[in-house]
Design a protein around this ligand. Structure first.
Ligand SMILES: N[C@@H](CCC(=O)N[C@@H](CS)C(=O)NCC(=O)O)C(=O)O
Length: 232
């Protein structure tokens, strides 16, 4: 049985980490049995980030490398129908979600005071003392440092919101009236898209980016469709 190491669920989502949620949704779409191990301990993770999996003696980290490994080991039930040009578009949108929109949303959760209140309560609220006195501040400092290193954290809040709104608008325009991002059936990009959009729409962190997503009702309908399909 595949053991999926991820954070404990928060914000009423399958996972408040879009990368963990992406992998869990992929496993469900692919019909692979797994056991979720909600330890949330990044220090035990091979790359100090979650998710990672254990599959027998194999340990694989990073949601994309894990999916590559699972496809190579158990087959690829989701993406076989995509043409080379569709794969190229799917990769570009994956990068939009994971390398850009992610950091704009991280800003709203970890840097902006109102978002940080929600994040601190959801992620650290149940920790025993003395952990809950210092871990939130340490974790926040680490996330803000990552945002500086990545570069998103160097922009003004208004510019970060504009960057996120532009991404959300592109996704909404691309989805248009299709049931799934690449067409009539879900593929790996939908595991990513659903995870990142649900984390934007359904986490209780207000922002102009979330407002832009809410204004496009078909993004909400898309997430509901994916939720019904995956049961999570
Ligand atoms: N490229 C990685 C990114 C994973 C990632 O960024 N995970 C975050 C949670 S969303 C994490 O574990 N952060 C902990 C930290 O940075 O200390 C993947 O696709 O799995």
């Amino acid at each position: 049985m595949i053991r999926l190491h991820q954070f404990a669920p928060a914000f009423g989502l399958p996972n408040a980490s879009p990368f963990c949620m992406k992998l869990e949704i992929w496993l469900r779409l692919a019909g692979l049995p797994y056991e979720a191990v909600d330890i949330g301990d990044v220090l035990k993770a091979p790359k100090r980030k979650l998710p990672y999996i254990e599959d027998g003696v194999r340990v694989v980290a990073d949601s994309t490398f894990i999916i590559d490994y699972l496809k190579a080991t158990y087959g690829d039930p989701l993406d076989g129908w995509l043409s080379p040009s569709q794969r190229a578009v799917a990769l570009a949108f994956q990068r939009l979600f994971e390398e850009n929109l992610y950091w704009a949303v991280v800003h709203t959760r970890w840097a902006e005071p109102a978002g940080w209140e929600k994040t601190r309560e959801a992620f650290f609220g149940t920790l025993p003392a003395p952990l809950r006195w210092f871990l939130p501040t340490l974790a926040r400092r680490g996330m803000l440092a990552q945002m500086q290193g990545q570069g998103m954290g160097r922009h003004s809040p208004a510019d970060i919101h504009a960057i996120g709104v532009r991404d959300v608008t592109a996704v909404a325009d691309f989805l248009a009236d299709k049931p799934y991002l690449m067409g009539a059936q879900p593929c790996t990009l939908d595991a990513t898209g659903y995870a990142f959009l649900a984390n934007l729409l359904w986490a209780p962190v207000d922002s102009p980016i979330r407002d832009a997503a809410r204004a496009r009702g078909h993004l909400q309908a898309y997430c509901e469709r994916m939720k019904a399909r995956c049961g999570a």
